[in-house]
Design a binder for this molecule. Structure first.
Ligand SMILES: NC(=O)c1ccc[n+]([C@@H]2O[C@H](COP(=O)([O-])OP(=O)(O)OC[C@H]3O[C@@H](n4cnc5c(N)ncnc54)[C@H](O)[C@@H]3O)[C@@H](O)[C@H]2O)c1
Length: 379
């Protein structure tokens, strides 16, 4: 059984998430990085290729060149991972699909909802796999939380509270040469959403992923708190779920003291659950008439989807890279099934093009809601 072969767009020297993708993809030995166009600057792409130990002839000056030449290579790539700033996601994904590659893309799927809808057509036409890396869906206890909600154990979903707060953009870091801050606060490179597109969309995805409820409508207040910034950096959003239940989504990047505080609480008619990304190996389950349960990653009493997403025994902490690796492992499993002739292969644990369209719908409707000071439908 050969390894699946990965090519990457983005992930050049000094970048954040590209190297995480490479580590995660290769963690279980199912996938190997064989090619890349790692930067918009050819010399930086070459430097990255050397760092990733890619053959020089498989490090390309730009991604069109990679998409044209890689199919001609013996052992050419099977799929393309897209880890550039948001505004490039659509073109790179569309072109990769048209060139016959499967696609793994980081979020947000595209810069606009219109692009996401067009990309859905491309995915459907291509019959290739498209997977969106909403990292947090890879955590074992997020999958356990999802199973609990779906089983009905906590009853009907009555209320959801999701918070995703960071403090690193509390000042105009974009003015001091921080490249991650620079493109995230620039509409030309980030798209229409600032904080709402960068981390709000993760929070939104987590709500829909765990509760299996669609967010039906939003009432949002998006603010630019840091003076002079062009995109939102603080988001307060009321949610109405498909079953009518209320919810609150709070995302902020000016919350000094917060590092990467993603926290989800789901209140049902029979119980409730709580999960915190900064303590990802514990899930709290509350009952009205029994002591609170703490479920630990790696324990045999967890459901199948959580157990499959863990590599080590309980008490040996796994984290962000392993959560990412779970997405890649599920994806590699799909690729293998496709290779064996199962053309419809899909995995319930993965986010695909529908989640991509949902995420972009949420971002644009939240922006619209804030501009109009009105509730706006998300469906
Ligand atoms: N899933 C997650 O948890 C998560 C976390 C962080 C970032 N992200 C997403 O990943 C993407 C990248 O974010 P980042 O923080 O790593 O950004 P970054 O600025 O650190 O890295 C972006 C990389 O893309 C490269 N690049 C830019 N234009 C290119 C082009 N035309 N061709 C090839 N490479 C090009 C840059 O040289 C750089 O190496 C964004 O869409 C972001 O939203 C997701």
């Amino acid at each position: 059984m050969r390894r699946c072969r990965m090519a990457m767009v983005g992930g050049g020297p000094g970048s954040f998430i590209g190297p995480v993708h490479v580590m995660a993809a290769q963690l279980d030995g199912d996938i190997e990085l064989v090619a890349g166009a790692f930067s918009s600057r050819p010399e930086k792409s070459a430097e990255a290729g050397r760092n990733y130990r890619i053959a020089p002839e498989r490090t390309y000056r730009n991604y069109p060149e990679m998409l044209a030449r890689e199919p001609l290579q013996p052992g050419g790539a099977d799929f393309v991972a897209i880890v550039t700033p948001n505004v490039l996601h659509f073109d790179a994904a569309r072109d990769a699909l048209r060139a016959g590659f499967h696609v793994v893309s980081d979020k947000p799927a595209t810069a606009t909802l219109r692009e996401a809808v067009a990309l859905r057509d491309e995915v459907n036409r291509s019959r290739k796999l498209y997977v969106l890396t909403h990292t947090y869906t890879g955590y074992p206890l997020v999958r356990e939380a999802r199973d609990i909600c779906r089983s009905g154990a906590i009853g009907d979903i009555r209320k959801v509270v999701v918070e995703y707060t960071q403090g690193w953009l509390s000042e105009r870091l974009e003015l001091s040469g921080n490249r991650q801050a620079a493109w995230r606060t620039d509409p030309a490179r980030a798209g229409a959403g600032g904080c709402i597109g960068d981390i709000g969309v993760h929070a939104f995805n987590l709500v829909e992923y765990v509760t299996a409820q669609n967010v039906a409508a939003v009432s949002a207040v998006l603010s630019c708190i840091a003076p002079g910034r062009a995109l939102d950096d603080d988001c307060n959003v009321l949610l109405r779920l498909g079953n009518g239940a209320p919810g609150v989504l709070h995302a902020s990047q000016i919350a000094i003291g917060e590092r990467n505080r993603l926290e989800l609480r789901v209140y049902g008619s029979k119980g409730s659950i709580g999960w915190k990304q900064e303590e990802p190996n514990r899930l709290t389950v509350h009952w009205p008439d029994r002591p609170t349960e703490t479920r630990h990653a790696g324990c045999g009493y967890l459901g199948g989807s959580a157990r499959q997403a863990t590599r080590l025994p309980a008490g040996h902490p796994e984290g962000y890279i392993e959560a990412f690796a779970n997405i890649y492992r599920d994806f590699a499993g799909l690729l293998r099934r496709r290779g064996e002739g199962d053309e419809q292969a899909w995995s319930d644990t993965l986010c695909g093009i529908e989640a991509a369209v949902r995420g972009m719908t949420f971002i644009e409707r939240a922006i619209e809601s804030s501009a109009r000071s009105a509730w706006v439908q998300v469906d």
